[in-house]
Ligand binder design. Structure first.
Ligand SMILES: Nc1ncnc2c1ncn2[C@@H]1O[C@H](COP(=O)(O)OP(=O)(O)OP(=O)(O)O)[C@@H](O)[C@H]1O
Ligand SMILES: [Mg+2]
Length: 458
């Protein structure tokens, strides 16, 4: 009887703790990491650092001085030396650790062993980045942060940058228009492109920026943000009217810069090297971001008559992409495919779009349209995205780097509410007034009649 009681007294709490840990691991991986995963992984790392480094081939032969010192002071065998380790810095999603590379090692050697290190220390993933020559940082991620995305609470962002998604190494992916002015976002239907746009619009809504939309899906994706939009075109005909106005706005801005610089007004726009950011605050035109959802719709024509209009629109888009940055005009282009088959100008426009984000695609050719000129491994990574994870994408830029990212979930209602709340921030741009979308008035809930009508009978 006493044995049974002891078993219950000891086994009960142990089972409860084990069950609780398993539940936390599945449902609240962040909590599990902070309470259980972090201490275990830290203990593993500290106790096995030297042997793991040796097993991964990351040690070097000791220097002669070290050999002599070890021999003189102890009788121990002289072991190969691992890279010198900095202090372990825990985070809410993993831990960070700096290593000083031994002579003859390069960051790629450590990166090549990342998979082995992750298994040795029982973490979800290990990422390696170079801090400065000779020093690398290991970022150990405790759990799959892209499963249920939660953005870090404190992110320092300035004007025209939006923390739009989370990278797989738990760092925020910031869309910064000042460093990457134009971007192309590709993905099959239901892959999460509009969610990505939604985050950008909601993020920019609170900033002093003019937002302009072209949504050839009759406006179903962008119309809910109408209160914050300075202009909205919902079909190719409207887009054909809006684009020349934007080009004119860009040219006016160049004139403004030229006037400020004292250059003769007939100097061609391409020769101006400065941009709107060089103007004093009081004169600087407000930055403008043009969102184009389903860009292919602008390229497709049914009749020969439409062809001229299409060519004009494409030329105007290319001009905006080519010259817009200096005038504070930025492009955010979304589509399902964007290849040479769309016709004249498609590849030229694509080449102007520096930032690339590729969501799930149906074939390798589509991934190549976004990432082919960046890195072949990025194309493979984009092709491996599962349909069960909408919003997951591969982000690259034309400098060759790429990473897996995922947007957090943001409902259309919440994004629309953000736009409604910041409607007063719509900048005054007279040229765009005719394109300002009609803001649907929210139905006002009127209380029932105070006095019930009485049937009048004689
Ligand atoms: N990061 C995310 N987390 C959870 N759900 C998401 C995420 N991104 C998108 N979704 C969901 O996936 C579905 C498709 O998303 P979205 O409308 O953005 O796709 P799309 O690529 O724009 O599709 P289409 O080409 O048909 O317009 C939506 O129901 C959306 O709620
Ligand atoms: Mg969409």
């Amino acid at each position: 009887m006493t044995d049974l009681t002891t078993l219950l007294e000891v086994g009960g709490p142990v089972a409860a703790i084990g069950g609780g840990a398993a539940y936390a691991r599945a449902k609240h991986p962040g909590v599990y990491w902070s309470t259980v995963g972090l201490p275990i992984s830290t203990a593993r790392l500290l106790s096995s650092y030297g042997s793991v480094m040796e097993a991964c081939g990351l040690t070097v032969a000791p220097s002669r001085l070290r050999m002599l010192a070890v021999k003189a002071t102890t009788r121990r065998e002289v072991r190969p030396v691992p890279p010198r380790r900095g202090i372990i810095r825990p985070t809410s999603t993993g831990l960070r650790l700096r290593l000083r590379l031994a002579p003859g090692q390069e960051p790629a050697d450590v990166a090549a062993s990342a998979e082995r290190l992750r298994h040795a220390w029982g973490v979800h993933a290990v990422y390696v980045s170079t801090v400065k020559p000779g020093v690398v940082e290991l970022r150990l991620v405790g759990f799959d942060v892209l499963h249920r995305v939660r953005m870090p609470r404190k992110i320092d962002v300035g004007l025209l940058s939006v923390p739009v998604a989370l990278r797989e190494d738990a760092t925020p992916f910031v869309r910064d228009y000042r460093t990457v002015p134009h971007q192309l976002t590709l993905g099959a239907t239901l892959s999460g492109k509009s969610m990505y746009l939604r985050h950008l619009i909601a993020g920019l809504a609170s900033q002093p920026v003019a937002l302009v939309g072209i949504d050839c899906k009759r406006g179903v994706e962008l119309a809910p943000f109408a209160p914050r939009l300075s202009a909205l075109a919902t079909d190719p005909e409207q887009a054909a009217e809006l684009l020349p106005v934007l080009v004119k706005e860009m040219e006016d801005r160049y004139d403004l810069i030229k006037a400020r610089q004292g250059i003769a007004p007939d100097t061609p726009a391409e020769e101006i090297t400065s941009d709107v950011w060089g103007l004093p605050d009081s004169e600087r035109p407000v930055p403008l971001v043009l969102f184009v959802d389903e860009v292919a719709e602008l390229f497709l024509v049914a009749t020969r008559k439409d062809e001229e209009r299409r060519d004009e629109m494409v030329t105007q888009l290319i001009r905006l992409a080519q010259l817009g940055r200096a005038a504070g005009i930025y492009l955010e282009v979304c589509g399902q495919r964007f290849g040479a088959e769309l016709g004249k100008g498609a590849t030229m426009l694509r080449a102007q779009l520096t930032g690339r984000v590729c969501h799930r695609v149906n074939d390798e050719a589509s991934a190549k349209m976004a990432l082919g000129d960046i890195a072949p491994e990025a194309v493979t990574a984009a092709c491996a995205i599962a349909p069960e994870r909408p919003g997951l994408a591969v982000a690259g830029d034309t400098s060759g780097g790429w990473s897996r990212i995922r947007t957090p979930y943001l409902s259309l209602g919440d994004a629309a509410e953000t736009c409604r709340e910041s409607a007063h921030l719509v900048p005054d741009l007279p040229a765009l007034k005719p394109f300002r979308p009609d803001v649907p008035v929210r139905p006002v809930e009127t209380p029932g009649p105070a006095v019930r009508p009485r049937l009048v009978t004689d």
